[in-house]
Each structure stands twice: as C-alpha cells, then as structure tokens.
Write a protein that binds this ligand. Sequence first.
Ligand code: FES
Length: 479
Amino acid sequence: MPRLLTLSRAARLVGTSRVALQLKIRSGELPSFDGMVSADDLLRLYPDIRLEEDGGFEQVREIKERAFGRRVRERLLPSQEILSQRLYEQSTELADLRSHLQRYHAMMEALRSRIREQENKPGMAALGAFLDGQLAEILGAAEAPNALSVMDDMLRVMSAHVTLHPSGHDFFVEGADTLLEAALRAGLAVSYGCSNGNCGLCKARVVSGEVRKVRPHDYVLSEAEKSQGYTLLCAHAAVGDLVLEALETGSAGDIPPQQIVARIKAVEALGEGVRLLHLQTPRNNRLRFLAGQSATLTAGDTSAQLPIASCPCDDRNLHFHIERNPNDDFARQVFDVLRAGDAVTVFGPWGDFVLRADSPRPILFVASEAGFAPVKGLIEHAMSLDRAELLHLYWHTQRPAGHYLANLCRSWAGALDNFRYTACDEGGAADLVGRMARDHADLAAFDVYAAGPGSFVQEMDAALQRNRFPASQLRLEIV
Ligand code: FES
C-alpha cells in the first residue's frame, strides 16, 4: 500500500505550490488516488529533495508573501504544550515501530535456530542458506533515509493539517494560530462572529483528531455539544492532523453587518493622487467579510463607502485605496488630516461582488481606474485558495499614473505560473472586450469580474452581451 499524501502536504514537502501539482496531475505526469498522491510518485518526479533544503515550502510561502505586498506576518512556534503533545505522539509512533521490529527480529532468530536444528531434513539446508543470504543483503544495504518521510515527520511537529467536511477544503495550522485564524489565512470562509469566544458562531465538530484550548472563551458549550465533539474554532488549535465538520459561508447574504473601531496603521502614497489607507482591527475583533465587498468608513464627521482592497486572508489588515478629490470630504481627511494611530469606525460589509468559490472556470478580472481595489481583494482571495485555473487581470486606466500598483501586478505574474497581467491605457470597455476575445478564443469558458466607474461597467456589460457572453458568469461592480 503506497503512502498517500494530500496535495497540500505533498506541495509543502517538495517545495512547490498545489497549483503546480494539480497541473502535473492533469497532464498525467503525477498519478492521483482520490485527490491524494503517493510518496513514491512524488520522489520519482522530485528526486532531488534534500533535508538541508527544507526551505522548499518556505520558498513558496515567501513568493506568496512577496506577492501580498511584502507584509511580513508574525510567525511563532506552536505553544510549548502543543509542541510537546505532537512530539509525544511522534515518539509513541516510533516506540510502537521499535517494539514491532523487535518482535520480528525475535521471530526471525527463532526461525533460523529451528531450521538449523532440522538441517538434516531434505531442503532445510537450502532454506537456511537462502534466509541467511537474504538477511545479509537487507542488513548490509546502507539505505539512505527517505528524505520525504523525514520531512513529513518534521512538518507534522511544526504544523497540523486540517480537512473540513463536507466541503473537503483543507489548510495547515501553524505557529500560535487558532483554527479560525488558520482557516481564514487559507482563504476559507468558515462561519464565525465575534472571533473572541463570545458568540458560539464558530462552533465546529471534531470528526477525528484532537484540539487544545489556546485562547479563553466565555461561550459555554452544552454537555451534549461537548459529548458530540463540538469545539470553538476561535479559541482552539490543532494538536495533530484533524478532520472537522464546519459550516462555510456560501454567499455575502450570510454575513451580518458589524461595527468595529479600527486604528490606522499607515497612510501611504500609492502614486500620483492615490493613498493607501491601511487599517488594523483589534486583535480580538476582526471584520467578517468576503473579498470584493465594501465597508463604510467614518473618521470624525466624514464618512464614505469604499471597496475593501485586501482579503480576509490578510489577518486583521483592511486596505482601502483613496483617490484625491477636492469635493470628497473623506478623501480630504485621508490626504490632509488622518495619521497612523487615529481611530476609524468600520461598518459593513456590503455588496455581493464576491468570488464564486465553487466555480471551476478560469477567471478574467477587469479593473478600470480605482475599480482595481475590489479586484485586488478578489485576486488575493483566489491566490490564497491556490486555484490551478488561469487568472488574467486587465487593468484599464486613462490617467498617466493610473496603474498605481503595477509593480505588485507584475510580481504576481512573476511569482505564479497561472497569473497574467495586461495593462491597458487606450480605448474603452468595448475595445477591451475585443482584446479579451482575441486573447481567449473561448471567452464563454471564463468567469468575468469587472469593476470600475459606472460608464465603463455599463459599456463592458453591453459589449459582453453583444459577444453572447453568459450573464450568469459575469459579476459587475460600480466603484
Ligand atoms: S467567533 Fe464567536 S465564539 Fe468563536
């Protein structure tokens, strides 16, 4: 029976992305068994895995972090308690193996002495010689340790692998993350409310594996819930690999509005006339939203509803892109008054410009001018989901410095095999649809997400209709 690994674990072990492995499965280079791959097939495809190169999966993580704007995330070791529990489990497994081997050894010795006692009987001498020869061969072969197995054991100590039922989505819990933090980092829209142990909305059932409380919580699970294995995702971490039964948000309508007071982490120039307003929510009170949605921001006596330019996978960070506009009070506040540390009230989320998580189709993202903000959130979400399908971004602007995050888009294209970036600075929405149709002969095979000023979005809608593009595969957002 070959040792089977999930795609996520296999990708980490050989230092590549899930996307790269999915492409190899599709091309037939890597056999797959119910979505899993065998360690032997992996070693055949990646024969150069070395323990000293254990930075393999770190490399992929770094690419993603670079792609996410070089924000360095806090990465801690799991708590001592969890580490020692994982080491204890590995040691128990090792002790079992050792005692098993000792029993085999004793059996082999008994067999050899029995054969020697009966050497005079026909065939026994030959059988003894065969056994001695085989044992000499096995014991004499100085086999190198299987790098993949050793790395897998190390990985099991440093992180735990979680599979969600019924969706089959999976993710890793690393460092001091709770199950909720790890799931959101992986781009999964699990159900939750307060994120600090009060509401019970993050309840999930442990199907197999063990969890440990790492944060205090006031919500009390009933005795019946406890006996059925329910746990709170926001207050627990995984001791080892886990299977959980958990609710995942299907649509924007499932998320109630919330009001949170966040602090400004930074106000940065993104280019000529555009500022990044970077907010951070309190440690114990995240904003629950789906990538692509908007929120209402209030600072002093000015307010504005703005698309969120980051994704829920980006921890407690909320990004907004603000264009200079002398007629917009909130924009004037951001450009002239607000500073790091100031409070901003966030109310939302709003809108349904969100990814169709269950669609298997490749995606064309179209951003016009500041329509890039919600599209950026969607792209980061798609990246965190490790989708293998093509993601192609067209960013249209008629302002000279309108591609204010062009370097970020180029870094995405450089880091990810399945991402393409096209900057457009001529023509209108209809010309852009013509270009998309030339780039992708079968336009109807894609989902299209387009955001921008009203006139651009309406023209794009009309042009796609003339191309008989299926309306159900189109999502539009006026910014
Ligand atoms: S999200 Fe409220 S208790 Fe976990």
